[in-house]
Design a protein around this ligand. Sequence first.
Ligand SMILES: Cc1ncc(C[n+]2csc(CCOP(=O)(O)OP(=O)(O)O)c2C)c(N)n1
Ligand SMILES: [Mg+2]
Length: 240
Amino acid sequence: MAEIYGKKTGVCEGKGGSMHIADLSLGMLGANGIVGGGPPLICGAALSHKLLKDGGVAVAFYGDGASNEGTTLESLNLATVWSLPAVFVLEDNCYGEATASSYACAGSQRARAEGFGMPYIECDGSDFFAVHQAAEEAIAHARSGKGPVMMHVHLARWYGHFEGDAASYRRSEDVTRLRAEKDCLRNFREQVSTVSTIEASAFDAIDSAVREEIDRAVSKAKSDPVPQAADLHENVYVTY
Ligand SMILES: Cc1ncc(C[n+]2csc(CCOP(=O)(O)OP(=O)(O)O)c2C)c(N)n1
Ligand SMILES: [Mg+2]
């Protein structure tokens, strides 16, 4: 939260902001504002894992809009040619900014994966267990040395593309219906409730603990210090 607020205490010391957030300590190489920028980066990371033989798998998360970028299609090709331990997770919320993917994406994503000779796994992004199972299969395949996988996750766009998006490209009744059917947190709670004896009050307690933690993080981030001019050249280049 501090990084999103551009504060010195953030994981990138306030230089990443909301769009260029990275945490190398977690193997998170960095989000970036270039649509389709992630897939080429994971080809490099996956090649490192392959050469180092360390069992690592590189994962890119990209949108349906990004699925049409040349960089994405080139990466799908290269990952197969080099048989890389890579998982391409396509987060398909049916829109790239304000353009419907039914209009903008030619052919099918399955055919694209198959065209590049890689397995295609599809799942409902509002179903935690379906995503877990699909991810497990995709990672196991990549880790086994059989090359990359495309994991196509079907999602609902909850809000607009950005805060304040008038969203005139879709009907409000469709958004209401999506929110009723595709709430991944509520669906998770319902699924777990049917197969366990966990009480509603236990779920509610988790919800309020999480809300409080978020509130604490936000108020801390608001009052944390901003980076100083003297910090400008720090953490810009890697020193070996
Ligand atoms: C290379 C590049 N082209 C265009 C843009 C402008 N842009 C920002 S987001 C976006 C749409 C991306 O669509 P998608 O990947 O589906 O993400 P979503 O809109 O669903 O968040 C575009 C075109 C950009 N940031 N980078
Ligand atoms: Mg999208």
